[in-house]
Write a protein that binds this ligand. Structure first.
Ligand code: GRF
Length: 206
């Protein structure tokens, strides 16, 4: 795919980066019309950085505590993304809430991934909370980010049954495998201009 047709994106990470890897794999296979122009990480030393390095992606570590305020931290992130003309910001396991400053700057151009069926189990540790809460169905949500926590318009959602034989570990594995499919799918739909917001509804054109 010629680079002219690829949308410049930035990916924010804080950890293992398996969802970053899913994006890289799809992009390298020619199935994702994006170019990952910036990987921004707020945690030094995490595996996501090694993944970026292996694939020669430009990565930047901006630790939270090097900045006096969240806005200053996000200002540094914005500058890095703007320098690369990023048009879509993907939160792939980015474990820090964004302030309205950042959300407004990239209004309706930030996608987040959540390991549960929102609005159920927002926040952290959702897989365990769903499992221990005894629900029979959980899943994965990909949504636009608004100024709340895990409250933005839902782009894609897919359910997973929780079986009697499941453990937290087997459920985690199933949720992560599903995340690795849904996140690239949502990014592809965005990059192809197929998502349209109507109030809180995200309409997908074919
Ligand atoms: C994913 O489960 C995502 O839903 C959550 O954090 C996890 C990140 O995993 N927000 P990874 O760093 O992409 O492997």
């Amino acid at each position: 795919m010629s680079s002219a047709r690829r949308m410049p994106i930035g990916v924010l990470v804080s950890g293992n980066g398996s969802n970053l890897q899913a994006l890289i794999d799809e992009q390298e296979a020619g199935r994702l019309p994006v170019e990952i122009r910036a990987v921004v990480c707020n945690k030094p030393g995490v595996y996501a950085l090694e993944r970026a390095a292996k694939h020669h992606l430009p990565a930047l570590v901006l630790p939270n505590r090097q900045y006096a305020t969240r806005e200053e931290h996000e200002g540094a992130i914005c500058r890095a993304l703007e320098a690369q003309q990023v048009q879509l910001v993907v939160l792939a396991g980015y474990m820090r809430l964004l302030t309205p400053f950042f959300v407004r700057r990239y209004k309706n151009r930030i996608i987040n991934l959540h390991p549960a069926l929102l609005p159920a189990f927002p926040g952290t540790d959702s897989i365990r909370r769903a499992f221990e809460g005894g629900v029979k169905v959980t899943g994965v949500t990909v949504h636009f980010v608004d100024e709340g926590e895990d409250t933005g318009p839902i782009i894609l959602q897919q359910a997973l049954p929780i079986e009697g034989a499941d453990t937290v570990e087997t459920l985690e594995a199933k949720v992560h495998a599903l995340e690795h499919r849904l996140l690239p799918q949502a990014v592809r739909l965005f990059a192809e201009g197929k998502l349209r917001l109507e109030g809180r509804r995200v309409l997908i054109s074919s």
